[in-house]
Design a protein around this ligand. Structure first.
Ligand code: F6P
Length: 368
């Protein structure tokens, strides 16, 4: 009988609960015991029954649509250190766990990948220090890990969608619909900041879905002069056709070509100074991350939870750790290490201002 642990890590995302629910029930269906690690990697580092709890079928009843993550999440500094991972290794063995499924963003999955790569050394160290017996060493020599991608940012390579991104997008669109009504009434302009960290997916998709007048994303930096002219031209044209409101969406990671951030206040100043528009700034903040999961995220998280349990059960010491993604509407199993590497290469290319490379790297994943 296998003992599988599931954890959520990094920023919460709608659909994480649905993912945990599917993992718990699918694992039980396949005659495994399943444990929830509470509070992300902190729970693994702290260990014990307070943090690592066995889950039964009924424990996840009603979780399918719930936002956030009921088993808690955290960004854990200790797990970034080797001593923290050594503690986590010991705690897992003490709880009898031999496989781990992590639902989180790229940082959390990078941690998972490192943990698996280091596992043989960690467990050997526990044996050498006589903290575990020879028998225990042989029982837990290999750790199977699988990642499912939970993040509202949709910033992970090798998957078309991350769990939570469409719920967040839906929330942003609703918020902009509300703002539209008041903007239209007063003939105002609104500059709206949306989340996404270094990725412009949420901002771009929201701008398209709400017919915003202009959008700023990190993937397309421009100089202040260039964006000011371009934005004012677009907004003036829309106004000249009788549009009573102006909506400009700014991704929180938006940057100009000298890599300085483009802030909502910068954009507001241009709209006021050059076009004389009565302008307000709205930062949507964490409402974008809360609330129930939309149908797509419930479905994605459920199918990926089932696929993740299959993946850890089929894993062998020689197979690389998988990440469950979705590509062209199919649930796919990718190499976690490749997805993490590609995500980091895209980020590096953006950092180096090599935007063509960033775009071609991002495209490459869809044309394997
Ligand atoms: O990664 C998810 C995310 O919501 C980002 O979009 C945002 O930049 C960040 O987390 C906010 O982090 P925190 O909740 O720690 O303020």
């Amino acid at each position: 009988q296998r003992n599988i642990a599931v954890m959520t890590s990094g920023g919460d995302a709608p659909g994480m609960n649905a993912n945990v629910r599917a993992i718990v029930r699918s694992a039980i269906n396949k005659n495994c015991r399943v444990f929830a690690v509470h509070e992300g990697y902190s729970g693994l580092v702290n260990g014990g029954p307070e943090y690592i709890k066995e889950m039964k079928w009924v424990d996840v009843r009603g979780w399918l649509n719930m936002g956030g993550t009921n088993i808690g999440t955290a960004r854990c500094k200790e797990f970034r250190e080797r001593w923290g991972r050594l503690k986590a290794c010991k705690n897992m063995i003490e709880a009898g766990i031999d496989a781990l499924i992590v639902c989180g963003g790229d940082g959390s999955l990078t941690g998972a990948d490192l943990f698996r790569a280091e596992w043989p050394d960690l467990i050997k160290e526990l044996l050498d220090k006589k903290e575990i017996t020879e028998d225990t060493y042989h029982t837990y020599k290999h750790l199977n890990i699988c990642g499912t991608v939970g993040s509202i940012d949709n910033d992970m390579s090798s998957t078309d969608a991350t769990i939570g991104a469409f719920s967040s997008l839906d929330r942003i669109c609703h918020a902009i619909d509300y703002i539209d009504a008041t903007a239209n009434s007063h003939q105002r302009a609104f500059v709206i900041e949306v989340m996404g960290r270094h990725c412009g997916w949420l901002a771009l998709m929201a701008a398209i879905a709400t017919s915003a007048d202009y959008v700023f994303i990190p993937e397309k930096p421009t100089s202040v002069d260039e964006w000011s002219d371009h934005m004012c031209e677009a907004v003036s044209q829309h106004r000249s056709r009788g549009k009573r409101k102006t909506i400009v969406v700014v991704a929180e990671g938006a940057i100009s070509s000298n890599l300085t951030p483009i802030t909502c206040e910068d954009v507001k100043k241009v709209l006021v100074d050059r076009l004389g528009l009565d302008t307000r700034v709205t930062t949507l903040g964490h409402v974008q991350r809360g609330g129930p999961a939309v149908a797509f995220d419930r479905f994605l998280a459920t199918l990926q939870g089932v696929a993740a349990v299959d993946a850890v059960l089929e894993g062998t010491p020689d197979t690389p750790s998988p990440m469950i993604g979705i590509a062209e509407n199919k649930i796919v199993r990718r190499k976690l290490v490749d997805a993490v590497k590609l995500t980091k290469s895209v980020a590096k290319a953006i950092e180096d201002k090599d935007f063509e490379k960033a775009i071609s790297l991002r495209d490459s994943e869809f044309h394997e």
